[in-house]
Write a protein that binds this ligand. Structure first.
Ligand SMILES: [Zn+2]
Length: 262
């Protein structure tokens, strides 16, 4: 694919792609589209090299975000996952070993998802402050909601549009497939237990051939109110992440936007 076409198609996936994977969420709920809210997401962490730095950047702008964690990293660095929860961010499932749905059997894939979710539950259960476990469930094995009055969801005090969006959907855990790859049968198997979250803007921060300045330019040009934006808290993305994230936060915060969890 030529570079300009790649930038065009990949940075903001066309609606056609949405219809190929029905049952997945590509944008915010209609109630919040157009509202000055951005949903930042960070995939592939948590890792010590990048995630604490991301948390610092978010804190500077009082921004909340959603981290789609690789279970293996959660097992290695549970304290970083707990720090993200304590700061009011949300954790989502990104499989145990970052598997592609096209390279393993359906059964193997579902067990990857389930294993990652169990790791996330351990983090939540050992956390003083978190959102993940409310009405959470491990695939095929429902866990009753626990009263959360002592630790209210941090974002429920936000403006009305966002409250409706958060309150109605908080109970379901989040899943994002690595590489954005899924099959229709896996969507069927997963969607009763998870909200399957895709994205409306991909920063392509993982691309080593993309200059940080260009990554920023293309990201800012693509972003709209209500967008779900993908970054990566990974070593591979570091050069672009560290250039682009603070500037995206400053750009939108300066224009009155809020950054919320999904
Ligand atoms: Zn990933």
């Amino acid at each position: 694919m030529s570079k300009w076409l790649e930038a065009l198609v990949m940075t903001r996936p066309p609606k056609l792609l949405h219809t190929l994977l029905p049952g997945c969420e590509w944008t915010a709920a209609p109630a919040v589209v157009g509202a000055p809210v951005i949903y930042l997401t960070f995939d592939d962490g948590p890792i010590p090299d990048e995630t604490p730095w991301v948390l610092e950047q978010l804190a500077q702008f009082d921004a909340r975000a959603t981290f789609f964690c690789v279970g293996d990293n959660v097992a290695r660095y549970p304290e970083i996952a707990r720090a993200a929860l304590a700061a009011g961010h949300r954790l989502g499932n990104h499989t145990q070993h970052h598997r592609s749905a096209w390279q393993v059997t359906g059964k193997e894939y579902l067990s990857e998802v389930s294993e990652c979710q169990q790791g996330l539950r351990v983090v939540f259960d050992n956390s003083d402050d978190g959102v993940l476990g409310v009405g959470d469930s491990v695939l095929g094995q429902s866990v009753p909601p626990t009263p959360n009055t002592q630790h209210p969801v941090p974002n429920t005090q936000s403006q009305a549009t966002t409250s409706v969006f958060s309150a109605s959907l908080d109970s379901q855990p989040l899943f994002r497939p690595p590489y954005g790859r899924l099959t229709r049968s896996l969507i069927q198997a997963l969607k009763s237990d998870y909200r399957i979250i895709m994205w409306s803007v991909l920063t392509r921060d993982y691309d080593p051939d993309l200059a940080p300045e260009k990554c920023l330019r293309q990201t800012l040009a693509a972003m709209r109110p209500g967008d779900i934006v993908v970054f990566h808290d990974s070593r591979k993305a570091s050069a672009r992440l560290r250039y682009v994230l603070p500037r995206v936060l400053a750009h939108f915060a300066g224009r009155g936007f809020r950054f919320e969890t999904l």
